[in-house]
Ligand binder design. Structure first.
Ligand SMILES: Nc1ncnc2c1ncn2[C@@H]1O[C@H](COP(=O)(O)OP(=O)(O)OP(=O)(O)O)[C@@H](O)[C@H]1O
Length: 975
């Protein structure tokens, strides 16, 4: 049904049935005149055409001879026949079949020097002319012509339109038959173009001199013209389909006898290949002449494989056998006539090749389907039962049974699921009620004891919306994540009662309610209660007593008895409760500090809730710069690496927040914040919740944390005595740094209140006076078991030193950071800004540490994905490109020349700017190189003039990046 197609479209016969026309190959014989050589040798013609269909051997043959003396063919052309006539009578009709959608092939077969090439050259030209003439006469149809050409030389297929290409392979396509892989096909522009292509192919063909022919073709040549035509304008009656066919002009190499051609070496080898393939062709023709039964050895030669269709397939075929009349070639001539005699018995089945449109194809297939369905139905009705076979019925019963089983199983599963849900619900409710009970106590404590002057954001009088604690509902509670000691998330569905899990699950204390359910900290990982709790002793403190008293009053029966607690220190339930409450607070505060001291990860803050928090809203509405910044490097890197962290996204109402608008005293802090110091917006509330009284030693804190002299604002950094700290003016000037220290000191106080061991208690006062960074880091070291990485702990230790050896430590840290920048492909601008900003001030310690941790996090966790690495590499390359452009823009010719000299770039070399850009930040070991790189980048980019833009400190939604600036935004923007 499916006929051969020359392209990927489906080709069908015009009427959807086979529609093939069986016809014999048209065979003609052409006699050439004796050539000069033959005449010179006094050769005589032995063959003669007696009419236009018969050729005879002129001389008498012995009676016993097997050879006939007369041969009849479709056409016989005498020596004086022109090629034009040969074409007209023996090839034209077949050739023009191609324009009507039928494949066609014209062969020239004969011994060497018999006139094949002579004949085929003419025939091809006339055919081309006729095809174009036909096209001219059928302007209502659109024709598309494509030309390809190949030769088979020494059994290798060569592309004549691409002579330098390697030999082509033959592939078997189930629909299209044998296909020549990668054969060049050229769309023909016009007749001249086509003739040019044809003559080009003739020139490319392998030709060699033999004793019989000065220009003997040593290969089989196949020129193929594919013709597609369709109606230009479709009327309702027109067939929408396209006709597609191709016509082959095949000039075979001539059979030859080595004794006659006197071939040696290459010619002999060529001759043997030619003869072998012609022998296969003869065999195929002979077999086909006896009918299509039995094996036809098409595959024995490339020639027969390629021409398989033309030899008994879907094509109309004409063979012109050329022969010399000379007596000297009588034997070869007889062979040619024998071949021609067989060929004329071969039948082909040409059909019109229709490329169907998808629509027609669907119609065709639908018809076919309809027919098959009918066949099936009629077969069923003959069966009498309507069932096509009993096996089918059996299978249907089996399917029914299985469906029933599936249904039952599904019901069972649903039932089990709903029971699980119910159980969970009851467990969850219990937790929430307990949680709320605890919450009340937590809220009450600070209210009763501390910070009476400031309004408490968590007081009961606050609206529910304002209170993040009250915002905790059952669902959000269920969404909360808990973590075990290894920082693995622990599902609330785990088969551990929170009470039992307290040893393993760090967010549970001795109560059955989880610790730190406050929304701002929900999901914060790893607060090691063990480290703190195991040091708790029976030592008493007046503040602790007060807390215990409050707990006793408030807790009541809603709190589970502590008898099942893992607490090894408790001797009475009351005592246990006290300790738990204090531990709870301690953990809460430690988490706060933990959050402050680490690069903000996406899991660590519930930003949606944070946005609702009052402190945040107050900053937004007052247009006051808040003492925190969310743009931590890991977030930036994640964004740059194509990750999608859930970071704080502010709507337009939040856009008033702009770090650049911060007071001068906190401007450096804001910029530092951009390197990962995330001041928790919840912190002021937390401090107030716990009734924290600002600490006495603000002076010592300020000494450590205040900006370097060049940027410090002494008015706001004045040493204040304790009694002035609560004054509103000072409250306003309290920076986030103070908040850190306040929080840290409060932890110490609470630890102390809970009965810290003698040694830690004794050390407490010293701890508070230590640099805040040290304190925070020490607390982090003590409490943070989530990050067991030795790297990170090493980093912490690194900065937890006295300021005496700080310069050395600073250098070491900076080197490590520089190395990590390089290995993480951190944007050069980020490096530059950081490098120039942090020059070794002791207060830089925490920023250095945070940067280091951020980079380690990036290297360990994010950078493992190769996609991310390549993306960041691309980004940094774009950045270097942009620096190149800036060199041209920002530097004078003289400056550039100086730079080239300084950076050792040959002034005569090409792409000097690129060379320079590539060298920037390349030698991480050489600090002077790094300094020079940073200075140059800063100069090019103009750092100092627009830091806000560079680091995207503004929280207002950024403009849609324009294409030309996308590199900047991709690599630099933090928003
Ligand atoms: N019908 C003809 N009339 C006049 N000259 C002819 C005719 N046929 C062939 N010749 C001449 O005979 C010579 C050999 O012809 P041609 O090269 O076409 O033979 P061939 O069969 O292609 O040989 P080969 O197989 O070696 O390539 C050429 O010089 C050609 O001009």
């Amino acid at each position: 049904m499916v006929a051969v197609a020359d392209d990927d479209q489906s080709v069908w016969s015009a009427d959807g049935s086979t529609g093939a026309q069986d016809e014999k190959i048209f065979v003609s014989v052409r006699l050439r005149p004796l050539n000069e050589k033959e005449l010179d040798q006094n050769d005589v013609p032995d063959w003669e055409s007696i009419n236009n269909t018969t050729i005879i051997y002129k001389h008498a043959v012995p009676e016993r001879s097997l050879f006939p003396t007369a041969y009849t063919f479709d056409r016989v052309f005498g020596t004086d026949t022109s090629t034009k006539q040969v074409y007209e009578e023996a090839a034209k009709e077949v050739t023009l079949s191609a324009v009507n959608g039928m494949n066609a092939s014209i062969f020239a077969y004969g011994q060497t020097s018999s006139g094949k090439t002579y004949t085929m050259c003419g025939i091809t030209e006339y055919a081309v002319a006729d095809i174009y003439d036909y096209m001219d006469k059928h302007q209502d149809r659109e024709f598309i012509l494509k030309f390809s050409a190949m030769e088979i030389y020494n059994e290798a297929v060569r592309d004549l339109l691409c002579p330098d290409s390697a030999p082509l392979r033959l592939l078997d396509d189930p629909e299209r038959g044998t296909v020549v892989e990668k054969l060049t096909e050229v769309a023909v522009i016009d007749v001249e173009h086509l003739l040019e292509l044809i003559s080009f192919c003739y020139l490319q063909r392998q030709v060699g001199e033999t004793s019989l022919n000065e220009t003997s073709s040593r290969s089989h040549q196949i020129l193929r013209l594919s013709i597609e035509n369709s109606a230009c304008v479709l009327s309702s009656t027109d067939n929408a389909s396209t006709l597609s066919a191709s016509v082959n002009f095949v000039d075979l190499a001539g059979s030859e006898r080595a004794s006659q051609t006197l071939s040696t070496g290459t010619r002999l080898k060529e001759g043997s290949h030619i003869n072998r393939s012609l022998l296969t062709l003869g065999t195929v023709i002979r077999k086909l002449s006896k009918g299509r039964n039995g094996h036809v050895p098409y595959r024995d030669s490339k020639l027969t494989r390629i021409l398989q269709n033309s030899l008994g397939g879907n094509a109309r075929t004409a063979i012109i056998c050329t022969m010399s009349p000379a007596r000297s070639h009588v034997e070869q001539s007889r062979n040619t006539l024998l071949f021609a005699s067989c060929a004329k018995e071969v039948t082909t089945s040409a059909q019109v090749n229709v490329v169907m449109s998808d629509k027609d194809l669907v119609k065709q297939l639908q018809k076919e389907l309809y027919r098959l369905e009918n066949d099936l139905k009629s077969a069923g009705s003959k069966n009498g039962t309507g069932d096509s076979c009993p096996l089918l019925r059996e299978k249907e019963l089996m399917i029914e049974k299985m469906e029933k089983e599936i249904k039952e199983l599904t019901q069972q599963r649903d039932l089990a699921q709903s029971r699980i849900r119910e159980l969970l619900q009851s467990v969850g409710d219990n937790h929430v009620s307990l949680l709320l009970a605890d919450t009340d106590q937590l809220v009450d404590l600070p209210l009763k004891n501390m910070c009476k002057d400031s309004p408490n954001p968590l007081s009961r009088s606050s609206s529910v919306a304002d209170s993040p604690l009250m915002d905790t509902d059952l669902n959000s509670y269920k969404e909360l994540q808990f973590f075990d000691k290894s920082n693995r998330p622990v599902s609330v569905n785990d088969d551990l009662h929170p009470y039992e899990a307290s040893e393993n699950h760090l967010l549970y204390d001795g109560h059955s309610s989880p610790v730190s359910i406050t929304p701002a900290f929900a999901g914060i990982t790893s607060v090691n209660t063990d480290g703190a709790c195991k040091e708790v002793s029976a030592a008493k403190n007046s503040k602790a007593d007060s807390h215990i008293h409050d707990l006793e009053v408030n807790k009541g029966a809603s709190v589970l008895p502590a008898s099942e607690s893992e607490d090894e220190f408790s001797s009475s339930p009351q005592r246990e409760m006290e300790l738990r409450a204090l531990k709870q607070k301690l953990i809460h505060m430690q988490k706060t500090v933990d959050t402050l001291g680490r690069p903000q990860s996406t899991e660590s803050v519930n930003w949606r809730r944070l946005r609702k928090s009052r402190s945040f809203q107050s900053f937004s509405s007052s247009n006051q710069s808040p003492p925190w910044c969310v743009a931590a490097p890991p977030v930036v890197y994640e964004k740059r690496l194509g990750l999608e962290p859930e970071i704080l996204r502010l709507d337009s109402s939040d856009s008033s927040f702009d770090a650049s608008a911060a007071p001068a005293s906190s401007r450096k802090d804001s910029r530092r914040s951009s390197f990962g110091i995330n001041m928790d917006p919840y912190l002021p509330e937390v401090i107030q919740d716990y009734g924290v009284t600002p600490i006495n030693n603000v002076a010592s804190v300020d000494k450590v944390l205040q900006p370097s002299p060049k940027e410090s604002d002494t008015s706001s950094r004045e040493v204040k005595p304790m009694d002035q700290v609560n004054e509103p003016s000072l409250e306003k000037s309290v920076t986030a740094e103070t908040d850190i220290v306040t929080a840290s000191s409060e932890i110490s106080k609470l630890s102390s209140a809970a009965g810290v061991t003698a040694s830690s208690h004794a050390a407490q006062s010293d701890e508070i006076t230590k640099p805040a960074s040290n304190l925070v880091l020490q607390l982090e070291t003590m409490t943070d078991t989530s990050d067991n990485s030795s790297d990170c702990q090493g980093a912490m230790t690194d900065v937890s030193v006295s300021s005496d050896d700080w310069p050395l430590r600073f250098e070491r840290l900076r080197k490590e950071i520089i190395e990590l920048w390089q290995s993480c492909n951190v944007p050069l601008l980020h490096r530059t800004y950081f490098f120039l900003l942090f020059e070794g001030d002791p207060s830089d310690a925490i920023y250095m540490q945070v940067e280091l941790r951020g980079l380690k996090y990036l290297k360990n966790k994010l950078f493992k994905a190769t996609r991310n690495a390549s993306e960041s590499m691309r980004a940094i390359n774009s950045e270097r490109e942009m620096l190149c452009k800036l060199m041209l823009k920002r530097l004078s010719e003289r400056e550039r020349v100086d730079l080239y000299k300084r950076w050792g770039i040959d002034l005569k070399s090409k792409m000097r700017k690129s060379q320079l850009a590539r060298r920037l930040w390349s030698d991480t070991k050489d600090i002077s190189h790094i300094q020079a790189s940073a200075d140059l980048v800063a100069k090019l980019v103009g750092i100092g003039q627009a830091p806000k833009e560079m680091f995207g400190l503004s929280f207002s939604p950024g403009p849609v990046p324009r294409r030309s600036q996308s590199w900047k935004l991709r690599s630099l923007s933090f928003t």
